[in-house]
Every structure is written in structure tokens, then in C-alpha cells.
Design a binder for this molecule. Structure first.
Ligand code: F6R
Length: 248
């Protein structure tokens, strides 16, 4: 696990966007697809903004990019204001030239009995296109990555999970009250994330400092799922000074 600290989230986000652009262009030169694992939430917003700018102003093309998002609330209508489908369209996909059929986001409209099979298919699709070249992550205050809450196993796959109370509280503003936040989500597993060739976890602000300290320096345990990232050499934490402020 490598940790890089930047002065602020603007500089850090540009750095991550540049890394993504480099992967895309080096794959283009080889005539291959770039397979990206994407996250939602506040953390990656500036990365997506910068990628859209690189497309518009510097001609970066996403024609060879295939994406898999980490998670979606369940149940969730893709047209709803809080859906991750809508988030990704507004923050990134509507502003770039990615082919629509290359976009994958867990489906929040499935019937309960369809979920298990759908999750297996999601994993299979990732494998079939050659696996994730890069997975980007945020981190929740519970230590979740994706929606792998405390108790998640290191070898877990894509599945239906129950959201932690703190996660639902943190989402309550988007939903106009915690009681409106779905209790469940479909998420890639920790095992799914681990298969990525490269993983970048980003965190900004003092609010994330305590969980960043636990994730980087704490005992490896399913109580703080992000601690499993300590086990991999392909992981980089990209932090602003505030999020890094409690590291010893
Ligand atoms: C989002 C996701 C979550 C968020 C995390 C942090 O797809 O998987 O793990 O990355 O909850 O959220 P923000 O960035 O809003 O602080």
C-alpha cells in the first residue's frame, strides 16, 4: 500500500484524472480496451470534471473505454435523483464519447429473485473483457469500499448488502431524511475490487481523517473493510492534507 498526500483535492484529482487518461491512451496505442472501475459520491466529482475537460479541450477519446460502477442502491429507479445511473450521466458520461453499451452500473430495478444471477453475470462480464485495469474508490466513514460494510469478507463477490446505519445517515441529505435512504445496495465485493490490476483510493477533508488512519495503520480486519487494501501492492491512497492529518 502506497500513500501519496497532496496539498488539496484539486491537485490530487487532476493527478488521478491524468493517471486514468494515461491508461486510456496507452491501451489505445495497443488497439485494446481500457476497463475502468468507477465510484460515485462526492469524492471523485473533480476527477470526472477533469476527464470531461480532457475530452473537450485535449481530444481524449473514451471510444475504447469500458466501465463498471461499484454499486447502486437497491431498490433504485435509474431516473431518480439519487440514482448512481443519473449521477454518472450527469458527472461524466453525458460529457464524453464513451459508447453507451460499454457502461455497466448495477441494476437497482431487479426483482429480488433475479439478483443473485445478475451479480454472477456482472462478475463474468468484468472477466470477459479482461478484468479491471484500474479501480477507483472512495471510502465511507464506516470503512466501507464500494458498499462493503463492516463484516464483509475479503473474498466477497458482487452481491446484495445491507447498508450500515452511519452510511444511511451520511446519505440522508441526498434523500431528504435517513428514513428515505434505501436499506440495501448491490455492490461489487472486496474480492471483485481486489482483482483490479491497480486500485486508487481517494479521500478528502478532515471528516475522513479518522477512518483513513484506521484504514492505513489499523489492524487488518473485516470490522474496517478498507484495511484489506493493506494486503495489496497495487493500491495507492491519494489524500489531501486534511484526510492525511491523523496519520502518524
Ligand atoms: C460510491 C461508493 C462509496 C463511496 C463512499 C464515500 O460508489 O462506493 O464507497 O465512495 O461512501 O462517499 P463520498 O465520496 O460521498 O464521501
Amino acid at each position: 500500500l502506497a500513500v501519496s498526500v497532496f496539498q488539496d483535492e484539486h491537485i490530487a484529482s487532476k493527478k488521478v484524472a491524468r493517471r486514468i487518461a494515461d491508461i486510456i491512451t496507452s491501451k489505445q496505442e495497443k488497439g485494446e480496451n481500457a476497463v475502468l472501475g468507477l465510484a460515485t459520491g462526492a469524492t471523485p466529482v473533480e476527477v470526472y470534471y477533469e476527464l470531461a475537460r480532457l475530452h473537450k479541450e485535449e481530444g481524449l477519446s473514451f471510444k475504447n473505454v469500458i466501465t463498471f460502477n461499484l454499486d447502486e442502491y437497491y431498490p433504485m429507479n435509474p431516473g431518480a435523483k439519487q440514482s448512481y445511473v443519473r449521477f454518472m450521466d450527469e458527472q461524466l458520461f453525458n460529457h464524453i464519447d464513451i459508447p453507451r453499451e460499454n457502461i455497466h452500473i448495477p441494476d437497482g430495478t431487479l426483482k429480488k429473485e433475479e439478483i443473485a444471477n445478475y451479480c454472477l453475470e456482472y462478475e463474468k462480464k468484468i472477466t470477459e473483457v479482461g478484468g479491471l485495469d484500474l479501480q477507483i474508490l472512495g471510502i465511507g466513514r464506516t470503512g466501507h469500499i464500494g458498499f462493503n460494510e463492516p463484516g464483509s469478507a475479503p473474498n466477497s463477490g458482487t452481491r446484495l448488502v445491507t447498508l450500515d446505519d452511519l452510511t444511511r445517515r451520511d446519505a440522508s441529505r441526498d434523500f431528504g431524511g435517513k428514513e428515505n435512504v434505501p436499506t440495501k445496495a448491490i455492490t461489487m465485493g472486496i474480492g471483485t475490487i481486489f482483482k483490479a490490476k491497480e486500485i486508487i483510493l481517494m479521500a478528502w477533508s478532515k471528516k475522513k481523517a479518522p477512518i483513513i488512519r484506521k484504514a492505513v495503520e489499523g489492524e487488518i480486519s473485516s470490522n474496517v473493510p478498507a484495511t484489506f487494501l493493506q494486503l495489496s501492492d497495487n493500491v495507492e491512497f491519494i489524500l489531501d492534507e486534511d484526510a492525511a492529518s491523523e496519520l502518524t
